[in-house]
Design a protein around this ligand. Structure first.
Ligand code: PMP
Length: 356
Protein backbone atom coordinates (compact mmCIF):
# COMPACT_ATOMS: atom_id res chain seq x y z
CA UNK A 1 0.00 0.00 0.00
CA UNK A 2 1.42 3.37 -0.92
CA UNK A 3 1.51 6.16 1.63
CA UNK A 4 -1.06 8.01 -0.49
CA UNK A 5 -3.82 5.38 -0.19
CA UNK A 6 -6.87 6.79 1.64
CA UNK A 7 -6.82 5.60 5.23
CA UNK A 8 -10.56 4.81 5.27
CA UNK A 9 -9.89 2.18 2.59
CA UNK A 10 -6.97 0.45 4.27
CA UNK A 11 -9.14 -2.55 5.29
CA UNK A 12 -10.71 -2.95 1.87
CA UNK A 13 -10.41 -6.54 0.62
CA UNK A 14 -11.24 -6.36 -3.06
CA UNK A 15 -13.32 -8.99 -4.83
CA UNK A 16 -11.15 -11.76 -6.23
CA UNK A 17 -12.33 -12.73 -9.72
CA UNK A 18 -12.02 -16.34 -10.86
CA UNK A 19 -8.99 -17.12 -12.99
CA UNK A 20 -9.22 -15.96 -16.61
CA UNK A 21 -6.26 -17.70 -18.28
CA UNK A 22 -5.00 -15.75 -21.27
CA UNK A 23 -3.74 -18.82 -23.06
CA UNK A 24 -6.46 -21.41 -23.70
CA UNK A 25 -6.06 -25.09 -23.02
CA UNK A 26 -8.22 -25.28 -19.90
CA UNK A 27 -11.68 -26.72 -19.58
CA UNK A 28 -13.03 -23.59 -17.96
CA UNK A 29 -15.74 -24.29 -15.40
CA UNK A 30 -14.83 -21.62 -12.84
CA UNK A 31 -16.71 -18.37 -13.52
CA UNK A 32 -20.22 -19.43 -14.52
CA UNK A 33 -19.96 -18.27 -18.10
CA UNK A 34 -22.07 -19.92 -20.77
CA UNK A 35 -20.43 -22.74 -22.74
CA UNK A 36 -22.38 -21.54 -25.79
CA UNK A 37 -21.50 -18.59 -28.01
CA UNK A 38 -23.90 -15.63 -28.06
CA UNK A 39 -26.91 -15.84 -30.39
CA UNK A 40 -26.01 -15.64 -34.12
CA UNK A 41 -28.12 -12.47 -34.12
CA UNK A 42 -25.43 -10.83 -31.96
CA UNK A 43 -22.77 -11.55 -34.55
CA UNK A 44 -25.03 -10.19 -37.29
CA UNK A 45 -25.69 -6.98 -35.33
CA UNK A 46 -21.99 -6.45 -34.65
CA UNK A 47 -20.98 -7.25 -38.25
CA UNK A 48 -23.44 -4.64 -39.45
CA UNK A 49 -22.33 -2.09 -36.88
CA UNK A 50 -20.43 0.88 -38.19
CA UNK A 51 -16.96 1.17 -36.74
CA UNK A 52 -16.92 4.83 -37.78
CA UNK A 53 -19.66 5.46 -35.21
CA UNK A 54 -17.28 4.52 -32.42
CA UNK A 55 -15.93 8.05 -32.66
CA UNK A 56 -19.21 9.14 -31.03
CA UNK A 57 -20.13 8.57 -27.39
CA UNK A 58 -22.70 5.90 -26.73
CA UNK A 59 -26.29 6.73 -25.83
CA UNK A 60 -26.26 7.34 -22.04
CA UNK A 61 -29.87 6.11 -21.82
CA UNK A 62 -29.03 2.99 -23.89
CA UNK A 63 -32.53 3.49 -25.30
CA UNK A 64 -32.48 0.62 -27.82
CA UNK A 65 -31.56 -1.85 -25.12
CA UNK A 66 -33.71 -0.29 -22.40
CA UNK A 67 -36.82 -0.35 -24.60
CA UNK A 68 -36.08 -3.94 -25.63
CA UNK A 69 -35.84 -4.97 -21.95
CA UNK A 70 -39.06 -3.06 -21.18
CA UNK A 71 -40.95 -4.88 -23.96
CA UNK A 72 -39.48 -8.25 -23.00
CA UNK A 73 -40.59 -8.03 -19.36
CA UNK A 74 -43.70 -5.89 -19.85
CA UNK A 75 -42.49 -3.05 -17.62
CA UNK A 76 -42.18 0.71 -18.31
CA UNK A 77 -38.87 1.93 -19.76
CA UNK A 78 -38.49 4.45 -16.94
CA UNK A 79 -38.30 1.59 -14.43
CA UNK A 80 -35.06 0.30 -16.01
CA UNK A 81 -31.42 1.37 -15.54
CA UNK A 82 -28.70 -0.32 -17.59
CA UNK A 83 -25.11 -0.82 -16.53
CA UNK A 84 -21.65 -2.12 -17.35
CA UNK A 85 -22.28 -5.62 -16.01
CA UNK A 86 -24.63 -6.14 -13.09
CA UNK A 87 -21.72 -5.56 -10.69
CA UNK A 88 -21.90 -1.89 -11.61
CA UNK A 89 -25.65 -1.55 -11.04
CA UNK A 90 -25.25 -3.36 -7.68
CA UNK A 91 -22.64 -0.77 -6.74
CA UNK A 92 -24.93 2.09 -7.79
CA UNK A 93 -27.87 0.62 -5.82
CA UNK A 94 -25.82 0.16 -2.64
CA UNK A 95 -24.40 3.66 -2.99
CA UNK A 96 -27.86 5.13 -3.61
CA UNK A 97 -29.88 3.48 -0.86
CA UNK A 98 -27.86 1.81 1.88
CA UNK A 99 -25.84 4.40 3.79
CA UNK A 100 -28.64 5.28 6.24
CA UNK A 101 -30.15 1.85 6.81
CA UNK A 102 -27.25 -0.53 6.17
CA UNK A 103 -27.59 -3.82 4.32
CA UNK A 104 -28.34 -7.43 5.36
CA UNK A 105 -27.32 -10.46 3.32
CA UNK A 106 -26.65 -14.17 3.75
CA UNK A 107 -23.38 -15.40 5.25
CA UNK A 108 -22.75 -17.41 2.09
CA UNK A 109 -23.53 -15.34 -0.98
CA UNK A 110 -21.99 -13.17 -3.68
CA UNK A 111 -18.74 -11.65 -2.33
CA UNK A 112 -19.23 -8.29 -3.99
CA UNK A 113 -22.06 -7.27 -1.60
CA UNK A 114 -19.57 -7.01 1.27
CA UNK A 115 -16.90 -5.40 -0.91
CA UNK A 116 -19.30 -2.66 -2.05
CA UNK A 117 -20.43 -2.03 1.54
CA UNK A 118 -16.82 -1.57 2.61
CA UNK A 119 -16.02 0.60 -0.39
CA UNK A 120 -18.96 2.92 0.33
CA UNK A 121 -18.77 2.82 4.13
CA UNK A 122 -22.10 1.02 4.45
CA UNK A 123 -22.75 -0.98 7.65
CA UNK A 124 -23.80 -4.57 6.98
CA UNK A 125 -24.97 -7.66 8.85
CA UNK A 126 -24.83 -11.24 7.67
CA UNK A 127 -27.68 -13.67 8.19
CA UNK A 128 -26.64 -17.34 8.41
CA UNK A 129 -28.12 -19.79 5.92
CA UNK A 130 -29.48 -22.93 7.55
CA UNK A 131 -27.52 -26.21 7.67
CA UNK A 132 -28.65 -27.09 4.15
CA UNK A 133 -27.59 -23.66 2.88
CA UNK A 134 -31.21 -22.55 2.55
CA UNK A 135 -32.49 -19.02 3.14
CA UNK A 136 -35.35 -18.70 5.61
CA UNK A 137 -36.98 -15.34 4.92
CA UNK A 138 -38.23 -15.26 8.52
CA UNK A 139 -34.60 -14.71 9.56
CA UNK A 140 -34.81 -11.25 7.96
CA UNK A 141 -37.79 -10.22 10.09
CA UNK A 142 -37.02 -7.74 12.83
CA UNK A 143 -33.85 -6.44 11.19
CA UNK A 144 -33.66 -2.78 10.31
CA UNK A 145 -31.36 -3.00 7.29
CA UNK A 146 -32.20 -3.15 3.60
CA UNK A 147 -31.98 -6.70 2.27
CA UNK A 148 -30.12 -8.17 -0.68
CA UNK A 149 -30.66 -11.75 -1.76
CA UNK A 150 -29.19 -13.51 -4.76
CA UNK A 151 -31.88 -15.84 -6.10
CA UNK A 152 -30.74 -18.47 -6.94
CA UNK A 153 -28.07 -17.79 -4.38
CA UNK A 154 -24.47 -17.37 -5.48
CA UNK A 155 -22.05 -20.17 -4.62
CA UNK A 156 -24.89 -22.52 -3.53
CA UNK A 157 -27.44 -22.37 -6.38
CA UNK A 158 -30.27 -22.66 -3.85
CA UNK A 159 -33.49 -21.01 -5.02
CA UNK A 160 -36.33 -19.53 -2.99
CA UNK A 161 -39.86 -19.27 -4.46
CA UNK A 162 -41.54 -16.04 -5.57
CA UNK A 163 -43.99 -16.39 -2.65
CA UNK A 164 -41.08 -15.98 -0.17
CA UNK A 165 -39.93 -12.79 -1.88
CA UNK A 166 -43.50 -11.49 -1.89
CA UNK A 167 -43.57 -12.07 1.87
CA UNK A 168 -40.31 -10.15 2.28
CA UNK A 169 -41.36 -7.10 0.25
CA UNK A 170 -44.88 -6.93 1.65
CA UNK A 171 -43.78 -7.29 5.29
CA UNK A 172 -40.88 -4.81 5.01
CA UNK A 173 -42.42 -1.82 3.29
CA UNK A 174 -39.94 0.61 4.89
CA UNK A 175 -36.91 -1.37 3.78
CA UNK A 176 -35.63 -1.97 0.32
CA UNK A 177 -35.48 -5.56 -0.89
CA UNK A 178 -32.92 -6.12 -3.66
CA UNK A 179 -33.14 -9.40 -5.56
CA UNK A 180 -30.10 -10.31 -7.64
CA UNK A 181 -31.36 -12.62 -10.37
CA UNK A 182 -28.04 -13.29 -12.12
CA UNK A 183 -28.94 -17.00 -12.32
CA UNK A 184 -32.75 -16.92 -12.48
CA UNK A 185 -33.04 -18.07 -16.10
CA UNK A 186 -31.88 -21.61 -15.34
CA UNK A 187 -35.14 -22.83 -13.83
CA UNK A 188 -36.24 -20.01 -11.50
CA UNK A 189 -39.01 -17.45 -11.94
CA UNK A 190 -38.21 -13.74 -12.09
CA UNK A 191 -39.87 -11.31 -9.68
CA UNK A 192 -39.57 -8.44 -12.20
CA UNK A 193 -43.41 -8.36 -12.57
CA UNK A 194 -43.68 -7.60 -8.82
CA UNK A 195 -41.85 -4.28 -9.35
CA UNK A 196 -45.14 -2.91 -10.74
CA UNK A 197 -46.81 -3.69 -7.43
CA UNK A 198 -44.15 -2.88 -4.81
CA UNK A 199 -42.14 0.34 -4.60
CA UNK A 200 -39.56 -1.21 -2.25
CA UNK A 201 -38.37 -3.96 -4.62
CA UNK A 202 -35.33 -3.73 -6.90
CA UNK A 203 -34.52 -6.58 -9.29
CA UNK A 204 -31.06 -6.93 -10.84
CA UNK A 205 -30.23 -9.07 -13.87
CA UNK A 206 -27.28 -9.70 -16.14
CA UNK A 207 -26.59 -10.74 -19.73
CA UNK A 208 -23.42 -12.54 -18.57
CA UNK A 209 -24.89 -15.99 -17.91
CA UNK A 210 -28.06 -17.02 -19.74
CA UNK A 211 -27.39 -14.71 -22.70
CA UNK A 212 -23.76 -15.75 -23.21
CA UNK A 213 -22.44 -12.17 -23.06
CA UNK A 214 -20.13 -12.03 -20.03
CA UNK A 215 -17.48 -10.26 -22.09
CA UNK A 216 -19.90 -7.57 -23.29
CA UNK A 217 -20.56 -6.45 -19.66
CA UNK A 218 -24.31 -5.80 -19.66
CA UNK A 219 -26.48 -5.61 -16.56
CA UNK A 220 -29.66 -3.80 -15.57
CA UNK A 221 -32.13 -3.17 -12.79
CA UNK A 222 -35.89 -2.91 -12.74
CA UNK A 223 -37.79 -1.06 -10.00
CA UNK A 224 -40.39 1.58 -9.37
CA UNK A 225 -39.61 4.67 -11.50
CA UNK A 226 -38.71 6.77 -8.43
CA UNK A 227 -36.07 4.23 -7.38
CA UNK A 228 -34.77 4.03 -10.96
CA UNK A 229 -34.46 7.83 -11.04
CA UNK A 230 -32.40 7.77 -7.82
CA UNK A 231 -30.03 5.17 -9.27
CA UNK A 232 -29.71 7.22 -12.46
CA UNK A 233 -28.48 10.09 -10.28
CA UNK A 234 -25.59 7.86 -9.18
CA UNK A 235 -24.94 6.64 -12.71
CA UNK A 236 -24.81 10.22 -14.02
CA UNK A 237 -22.47 11.16 -11.17
CA UNK A 238 -20.07 8.39 -12.09
CA UNK A 239 -20.13 7.33 -15.75
CA UNK A 240 -23.09 8.35 -17.93
CA UNK A 241 -21.77 6.39 -20.93
CA UNK A 242 -21.39 3.19 -18.95
CA UNK A 243 -22.59 0.93 -21.75
CA UNK A 244 -20.57 1.13 -24.94
CA UNK A 245 -22.09 1.21 -28.42
CA UNK A 246 -21.21 -2.39 -29.30
CA UNK A 247 -22.64 -3.80 -26.09
CA UNK A 248 -25.92 -1.94 -26.56
CA UNK A 249 -26.24 -3.53 -30.02
CA UNK A 250 -25.21 -6.96 -28.76
CA UNK A 251 -27.64 -6.88 -25.83
CA UNK A 252 -30.65 -5.86 -27.91
CA UNK A 253 -29.87 -8.54 -30.51
CA UNK A 254 -29.49 -11.25 -27.86
CA UNK A 255 -32.80 -10.32 -26.27
CA UNK A 256 -34.58 -10.49 -29.62
CA UNK A 257 -33.53 -14.12 -30.21
CA UNK A 258 -35.82 -15.84 -27.73
CA UNK A 259 -35.60 -19.19 -29.50
CA UNK A 260 -31.83 -19.39 -29.00
CA UNK A 261 -32.17 -18.33 -25.36
CA UNK A 262 -34.77 -21.05 -24.69
CA UNK A 263 -32.67 -23.69 -26.44
CA UNK A 264 -29.37 -22.87 -24.69
CA UNK A 265 -30.84 -22.44 -21.19
CA UNK A 266 -32.72 -25.76 -21.58
CA UNK A 267 -29.45 -27.42 -22.58
CA UNK A 268 -27.71 -26.07 -19.49
CA UNK A 269 -30.54 -27.29 -17.24
CA UNK A 270 -30.24 -30.75 -18.84
CA UNK A 271 -26.45 -30.73 -18.37
CA UNK A 272 -26.87 -29.60 -14.75
CA UNK A 273 -29.03 -32.64 -14.03
CA UNK A 274 -26.45 -34.90 -15.71
CA UNK A 275 -23.61 -33.30 -13.75
CA UNK A 276 -25.50 -33.56 -10.44
CA UNK A 277 -26.36 -37.24 -11.02
CA UNK A 278 -22.80 -38.09 -12.13
CA UNK A 279 -21.24 -36.39 -9.10
CA UNK A 280 -23.63 -38.14 -6.72
CA UNK A 281 -22.73 -41.49 -8.28
CA UNK A 282 -19.08 -40.71 -7.50
CA UNK A 283 -19.90 -40.11 -3.85
CA UNK A 284 -20.18 -36.32 -3.91
CA UNK A 285 -22.62 -34.37 -1.80
CA UNK A 286 -24.26 -31.95 -4.24
CA UNK A 287 -26.38 -28.97 -3.21
CA UNK A 288 -29.62 -28.82 -5.18
CA UNK A 289 -29.02 -26.04 -7.73
CA UNK A 290 -31.26 -23.94 -9.95
CA UNK A 291 -28.26 -22.03 -11.35
CA UNK A 292 -25.69 -22.74 -14.07
CA UNK A 293 -23.29 -24.18 -11.48
CA UNK A 294 -23.32 -26.75 -8.71
CA UNK A 295 -21.60 -26.78 -5.34
CA UNK A 296 -20.22 -30.18 -4.40
CA UNK A 297 -18.04 -31.79 -1.76
CA UNK A 298 -16.44 -35.20 -1.37
CA UNK A 299 -15.47 -36.81 1.91
CA UNK A 300 -12.24 -38.29 0.54
CA UNK A 301 -10.68 -35.05 -0.74
CA UNK A 302 -10.80 -31.47 0.54
CA UNK A 303 -12.22 -28.73 -1.65
CA UNK A 304 -8.78 -27.22 -2.03
CA UNK A 305 -7.14 -30.52 -3.03
CA UNK A 306 -9.86 -31.23 -5.57
CA UNK A 307 -9.50 -27.74 -7.03
CA UNK A 308 -5.70 -28.09 -7.29
CA UNK A 309 -5.82 -31.63 -8.67
CA UNK A 310 -8.36 -30.64 -11.33
CA UNK A 311 -6.27 -27.62 -12.29
CA UNK A 312 -3.29 -29.90 -12.79
CA UNK A 313 -5.47 -31.98 -15.10
CA UNK A 314 -6.42 -28.86 -17.08
CA UNK A 315 -9.87 -28.30 -15.57
CA UNK A 316 -10.59 -25.02 -13.77
CA UNK A 317 -13.28 -24.98 -11.07
CA UNK A 318 -13.69 -22.52 -8.18
CA UNK A 319 -12.78 -23.01 -4.54
CA UNK A 320 -13.77 -20.49 -1.85
CA UNK A 321 -11.30 -20.94 1.00
CA UNK A 322 -11.84 -20.29 4.65
CA UNK A 323 -15.60 -20.08 5.12
CA UNK A 324 -18.54 -22.45 5.36
CA UNK A 325 -18.01 -23.77 1.84
CA UNK A 326 -14.29 -24.45 2.21
CA UNK A 327 -14.95 -28.20 1.75
CA UNK A 328 -16.70 -27.63 -1.57
CA UNK A 329 -15.85 -26.89 -5.15
CA UNK A 330 -18.14 -24.86 -7.38
CA UNK A 331 -18.44 -26.25 -10.88
CA UNK A 332 -19.95 -24.28 -13.76
CA UNK A 333 -22.34 -26.30 -15.90
CA UNK A 334 -20.41 -26.53 -19.14
CA UNK A 335 -21.15 -28.29 -22.42
CA UNK A 336 -21.70 -32.07 -22.45
CA UNK A 337 -18.14 -32.49 -23.79
CA UNK A 338 -16.61 -30.34 -21.05
CA UNK A 339 -18.54 -32.18 -18.36
CA UNK A 340 -17.41 -35.55 -19.75
CA UNK A 341 -13.78 -34.40 -19.33
CA UNK A 342 -14.48 -33.17 -15.80
CA UNK A 343 -16.11 -36.45 -14.75
CA UNK A 344 -13.27 -38.48 -16.27
CA UNK A 345 -10.61 -36.39 -14.49
CA UNK A 346 -12.49 -36.53 -11.19
CA UNK A 347 -12.63 -40.32 -11.55
CA UNK A 348 -8.83 -40.44 -11.95
CA UNK A 349 -8.26 -38.08 -9.01
CA UNK A 350 -10.57 -39.97 -6.64
CA UNK A 351 -9.10 -43.32 -7.71
CA UNK A 352 -5.65 -41.92 -6.90
CA UNK A 353 -6.87 -40.73 -3.49
CA UNK A 354 -8.29 -44.16 -2.76
CA UNK A 355 -5.01 -45.89 -3.70
CA UNK A 356 -2.85 -43.43 -1.81
N1 PMP B 1 -24.52 -11.28 -9.11
C1 PMP B 1 -24.14 -12.54 -8.87
C2 PMP B 1 -24.88 -13.32 -7.85
C3 PMP B 1 -23.06 -13.08 -9.57
O1 PMP B 1 -22.64 -14.32 -9.30
C4 PMP B 1 -22.40 -12.31 -10.55
C5 PMP B 1 -21.27 -12.90 -11.35
N2 PMP B 1 -20.05 -12.94 -10.78
C6 PMP B 1 -22.82 -11.00 -10.72
C7 PMP B 1 -23.89 -10.52 -10.01
C8 PMP B 1 -22.11 -10.05 -11.66
O2 PMP B 1 -22.20 -10.41 -12.96
P1 PMP B 1 -21.89 -9.38 -14.13
O3 PMP B 1 -21.18 -8.19 -13.56
O4 PMP B 1 -21.08 -10.14 -15.10
O5 PMP B 1 -23.24 -8.99 -14.67
Amino acid sequence: MSRFFSTDLKDLNPYIPGEQPVSGGFVKLNTNESPFPPSPEVKKALDESRVSELRLYSDPTAKTLTDAIARYYGVPSDSIVTSNGSDEILAFIIKAFCKDRGLAFADVTYGFYEVFCKLFGVEFVTVPLDRDFKIDVNDYKGLSQNIIIANPNAQTGVYIPVSDIKTLVSENKERLVIIDEAYVDFGGESVIPLTREYDNLVVVQTFSKSRSLAGARIGFMVADAALAADVKKIKYSFNPYNLNRLSILAGAAALADKEYFVKTTAEIIKNREFLTDSLKLMGFKVIDSKANFVLASHGAESGRDLYLALKKEGVLVRHFPGGRIDDFIRITVGSAEELAVLIQKLGIILQGAENA
